[in-house]
Structures are given as C-alpha cells and as structure tokens.
Design a protein around this ligand. Structure first.
Ligand code: 218
Length: 191
C-alpha cells in the first residue's frame, strides 16, 4: 500500500469519527428517527479531497461507528443494514464530483467550486436518502398518520430531511471551503 492510500484511509476513519460526534449534537427532529442535521459534512470533505472510493469507505465507517454510540434505530436486520451501511456509504457518491471540483480549484474559480460543491452535496444526499425512503416505505409505514400511505409518508419525511440536510451541508461547506480551500486540496506543499 503506498503512502497516499494509507493517508487517505486514515483520513476516512478520522472524518467518520467526526461525523459520528456531530451526529450526537442536538438536531431538528421532523418525525420518529428522522432528523435534519449537517453531520454529513466530514464525509463530503472526504469526497472532495479524495473522491468516491474514500468517501464511500468513510460513510460506511460512520455507519459502523453509529453502532458504538447506541444512536441508531433497529427494526430488523435488513432495515438496519440498509439504513446504516448502505445509506451512509452512498453519501460517497458525492465523490464522483472530485475531478470537476479539483479542476475548478486549480483554475482558481471560486464560483465553479461552490456550484459543484452544492451539486455534489445534493447528489450524495439523494443517494443516501433514496435508501431511507425505501426503508421508510417497507419498515416505517406504521408511523404514517391516519389516511396517509407509507409511500407518501416516507417520501415526505425523507424528502424533507434530505433537502434540509443538503441545504445545511451546502451552506457549511461553501463557507468553510471559501474561507480555506486547502481543506479539500489534494496537493499539499508540505510533507
Ligand atoms: C418514514 C421513515 N421514518 C424513519 C426512517 C428511519 N431513518 C430515516 C432517516 C435517517 C435514518 C438514519 C439515522 O439518521 C433513519 C434510521 C425512515 N427511513 N423512514
């Protein structure tokens, strides 16, 4: 394993731990087990610094770490696997925008960097919440208000959580990265 791969893996684990801690902070609860928070930010930083594989790994590790805090919901083994391993890992899809973000960084175009960050955050959030939506239909239907179908309930709650989280993460990341683009620059001067 070369040195860069090792650094990437260590960062993936470290940032997963930061996401886990952020997830323990108070957040906006909109339905049982559905919250709006900015705790995906560290996984997005991995996506922009390293790309898909590293952010996928980091999201997966975050899901695993949720186990250790007791901050998770278990209805069945399939629901648990979908919502904590698959869904969290899928945040890594934001990493597909790593090449365009790095290119915009090199060109010094702050506007292009910000636009691609927002696009990537929405894609990563959509990839994650797609799974919560599926799990919501199959496993959380009992929580739907009288007269509301599980599909509508899951779509509304997970859609709202997805939008809220994506907006919060976009704001935090655009501010962070505008202030210090070094945060997501792969090429650093000092070794
Ligand atoms: C309709 C519905 N309600 C609850 C859940 C469970 N859920 C939703 C979003 C995120 C998470 C992970 C913890 O942040 C969970 C467990 C659902 N999927 N659908």
């Amino acid at each position: 394993m070369n040195k860069l791969r090792l650094v990437a893996m260590i960062e993936a684990a470290f940032f997963a731990a930061i996401a886990m801690v952020l997830d323990l902070l108070p957040s906006i609860t909109i339905a049982p087990a559905v919250t709006i928070s900015f705790s995906m930010v560290p996984i997005f930083i991995m996506a922009f610094r390293w790309g898909f594989k590293v952010s996928f790994l980091s999201g997966f590790l975050w899901g695993l770490l949720q186990l250790t805090t007791g901050n998770f919901y278990f209805l069945s083994i399939i629901q648990f696997l979908i919502e904590y391993f698959i869904a969290f890992a899928f945040i890594g899809f934001a990493g597909f925008f790593h090449p365009v973000i790095q290119k915009a960084l090199k060109q010094g175009s702050k506007l292009a960097v910000s636009i691609w960050i927002v696009v990537a955050v929405f894609v990563g959030s959509l990839a994650r919440y797609f799974w919560h939506f599926i799990a919501g239909v199959v496993f959380w239907g009992d929580y739907a208000p009288e007269g509301m179908s599980p599909v509508m309930y899951s779509f509304a709650m997970n859609g709202l959580a997805m939008l809220g989280a994506a907006v919060l993460c976009s704001i935090v990341l655009v501010i962070l990265i505008s202030a210090s683009s070094r945060l997501i620059m792969k090429k650093r001067t000092a070794h």
